[in-house]
Design a protein around this ligand. Structure first.
Ligand code: FES
Length: 323
């Protein structure tokens, strides 16, 4: 099944309408059998023409081993990924995808999981809800969207909530709230002290969530960025030493580390190029990175043991990487 390290080919079995501007994509194995397992909160990389790679959360129940389901919003500011998914893909096409990876894992032991989703941020959350249902754990979901019509998987989630006595579902639609934004601080404040909190949605929602949850134990606060959290570091003026090959690559102004490596013909791994998928994570052997990604938490940033080379730079004149 594996085409090259960490990838496989699947068939696009169906495209479904899920909400205004949001389609579902059902991927199945080329031949009968199972797909590699995944855990709630995982994503896959979809390889597109021109070397473009985009990451999408898996929406379906991890118990389903014969399919991966994605939910993709057509982003008006798309750099090509969501337009390709919405306009070029046809049912029956073969797709090259990466194996599932999880940067947003669910703590299965939590006494309650509180999930806050904005728009297409519902995709990893819907997967988590199904898994929480499977393992019999209580959950609270705050689902925020522009309108009822923009809320993907809503009827399925409402059915899940009805079938789960311990579940609590709160909906916020901007158009029904006279354009008022959801009160993220109130949602966080009402969560039990030992609850695990998860947030996925647009950057202002994530910022409000991170601020509101600052006093909670960091192990219980989980965030997933879908787009760049900060601007990429492109000031340049440092060199990257590649420990395995012994090469030294200068990173000049206007370039990321990844740009510099690709320009030099180095075969570096990457996906989103926005610091959100983790494909380019690289071990740091010496030097201090200037972290700009949306994946590493404060402790991981301060440990300086890894770097997302697609967006982060260096605070030291030289950075030695395990490449
Ligand atoms: S390529 Fe996605 S985090 Fe760097």
């Amino acid at each position: 099944m594996t085409m090259e390290s960490g990838t496989l080919e699947v068939r696009l079995k169906a495209i479904t309408f899920e909400a205004e501007g949001i389609n579902g994509y059902v991927l199945e194995p080329l031949t009968a059998g199972e797909l590699p397992p995944f855990t709630a909160g995982a994503h896959i990389d979809v390889h597109m023409p021109g070397g473009m790679i985009r990451s999408y959360s898996l929406v379906n129940n991890p118990e389903q081993r014969n399919r991966y389901v994605l939910g993709v919003a057509r982003d008006p500011a798309s750099r090509g990924g969501s337009v390709y998914m919405h306009e070029s893909l046809r049912v029956g096409s073969k797709l090259k995808i990466g194996l599932p990876r999880n940067n947003f894992p669910l703590n299965e032991a939590a006494t309650r999981s509180v999930l806050i989703a904005g728009g297409i941020g519902i995709t990893p959350m819907y997967c988590m809800l199904q898994h929480l249902q499977t393992i019999g754990r209580p959950w609270t979901l705050y689902y925020c969207a522009r309108s009822h019509a923009h809320a993907a998987f809503l009827s399925e989630i409402e059915a899940l909530a009805r079938a789960t006595p311990t579940a609590k579902l709160h909906l916020h639609f901007d158009d029904e709230a006279q354009g008022k934004h959801p009160d993220i601080a109130a949602m966080v404040a009402s969560a039990e002290p030992d609850a695990h909190l998860y947030c996925c949605g647009p950057a202002p929602m994530l910022d409000a969530f991170t601020k509101a949850a600052a006093s909670r134990h960091s192990d219980t606060v989980h965030v997933e960025y879908f787009s760049a959290r900060e601007e990429a570091a492109t000031d340049g003026g440092f060199t990257v030493k590649l420990a395995r090959s012994g090469k030294t690559i200068p990173v000049s102004a206007g370039k990321t580390i990844l740009d510099a490596l690709l320009d030099a013909g180095i075969d570096a791994q990457y996906g989103c190029m926005q610091g959100v998928c983790g494909s380019c994570e690289t071990r740091v052997l010496a030097g201090v990175p200037d972290h700009r990604d949306g994946l590493l938490d404060e402790a991981a940033r301060n440990s300086n043991t890894t770097i997302m080379i697609c967006c982060s730079g260096s605070k030291t004149p030289e950075l030695t990487l395990d490449l």
